[in-house]
Design a protein around this ligand. Structure first.
Ligand code: GLA
Length: 371
């Protein structure tokens, strides 16, 4: 990669707890992974971004004056959307060659798209000689995801991808956009990431539907209560005003309110070294995402519930948007191999194909290296 000028990386992420609350102004508890998207970049003196990939034969050229027109590209749409948002924010956009090397498994719920968007924008900042401001880059990446690819997402993925720190979990307040870092210490336990390998489908429409349900609830409740977001809603107030909401909307909101409580409890449990309690909170989060928010499905439920049955496992839950993708489990270190074997078999017996387990550490957000 010597012929490139810079190597810029951004991370995939896990989320320990706090699912489907970021777009309700809640706190979430993610961490960046050592699985990253790397962009090798050099200015090319043209009016184009030339994209290539280490993992694909495709080559794509993006004209800097036509960035609006690449939404339907199979590959390169994330980069085009990212470049467009960078430009629209008034930044200097220069032609460049970008080689993309994505080590975050696609469609896995580990935020490969955020890693691509964040690293692309950071690379554009670097070749333009501009400052790399991770929070601004996260916000522009979120805009790309929302306005270019049509997923009305919250800020968790892009923020974690940009601002993560090695060995740290991030207590991210999605209303205030502030983050405090908490050492991710699990003592004798390990975090195991497992992919359902379920092919992604219908995820975008269902995700946007859940958001719309939350917005419906907020509009109704705001007529009675001085709240700016659902994360500010107290459980008692939800119960008092339950009759104003459609039943399904009430059920969704009760997930949001309880999940927000679980985040606070989980942070305290981790800081106190109470891993069994942390595990119980993960299990409760999964049950709520299954029964109340209805974003799991047979694959995620089979994987998480098989994990939860293992004696060496303190807790397990789906992470990310849901309907497929990954789970995380907290497992006694010395039992991890046995755990993987049993869960893999149980999953395959029900689903018909095996899950994939990933070895990944907790890593940094954006990194820039001059080559
Ligand atoms: C996806 C979105 C995030 C967040 C999660 C659910 O990963 O991109 O903003 O809403 O789903 O917690």
């Amino acid at each position: 990669m010597n012929e490139y000028a810079y190597k810029v990386t951004a991370a995939g992420r896990i989320n320990i707890i706090g699912e489907h609350v970021d777009y309700c102004g809640g706190k979430v508890f993610p961490a960046a992974l050592t699985l990253t998207n790397t962009v090798y970049v050099r200015p090319n003196g043209t009016n184009q971004i030339n994209l290539s990939w280490t993992t694909l034969p495709d080559k794509v050229t993006l004209d800097l004056d036509k960035l609006e027109s690449y939404q339907d590209l199979k590959y390169g749409n994330y980069q085009a959307g990212s470049a467009l948002m960078w430009k629209r924010a008034g930044h200097k956009l220069v032609g460049c060659d970008m080689l993309q090397d994505c080590k975050v498994p696609f469609g896995s719920g580990l935020s490969s798209s955020a890693a691509m968007e964040v690293s692309t924008i950071a690379a554009l900042a670097v070749v333009a000689g501009e400052e790399v401001d991770p929070v601004e880059i996260a916000l522009l990446a979120q805009k790309a995801e929302r306005e270019y690819t049509g997923v009305n997402c919250g800020i968790m993925d892009q923020y974690a991808s940009a601002c993560g720190k090695k060995d740290m979990a991030m207590l991210l307040d999605c209303k205030e956009l502030t983050c405090s870092y908490v050492p991710l210490e699990l003592g004798e336990y390990a975090l195991v990431i497992a992919n359902t390998n379920k092919p992604h489908s219908l995820v975008v429409s269902k995700y946007n539907e859940r958001r719309a349900e939350c917005e419906e609830a907020l509009a109704i409740l705001q007529e009675k209560l001085p709240i700016t977001c659902l994360a500010e809603l107290k459980k008692e107030d939800l119960e008092t005003h339950k009759h104003l909401l459609r039943e399904i909307v009430y059920t969704r909101v009760s997930h949001v309110v309880e999940e927000c409580e679980r985040v606070n409890q989980a942070v305290q449990a981790m800081q106190a070294g109470d891993i069994p309690l942390l595990g119980k909170l993960l299990n409760a989060s999964h049950a709520s995402l299954k029964n109340k928010y209805e974003v799991t499905g047979i694959e995620l439920d089979t994987l998480a519930e098989s994990a939860q049955r293992q004696g060496a496992c303190m807790g397990s839950r789906m992470i990310g948007g849901g309907f497929g993708g990954c789970t995380i489990s907290i497992v006694k270190q010395e039992c991890v191999e046995e755990f993987k074997k049993i869960v893999s078999k149980e999953y395959e017996d029900v689903i018909g194909y095996a899950p994939t387990f990933y070895e990944a550490g907790i890593g940094d957000g954006i990194t820039v290296t001059k080559l």
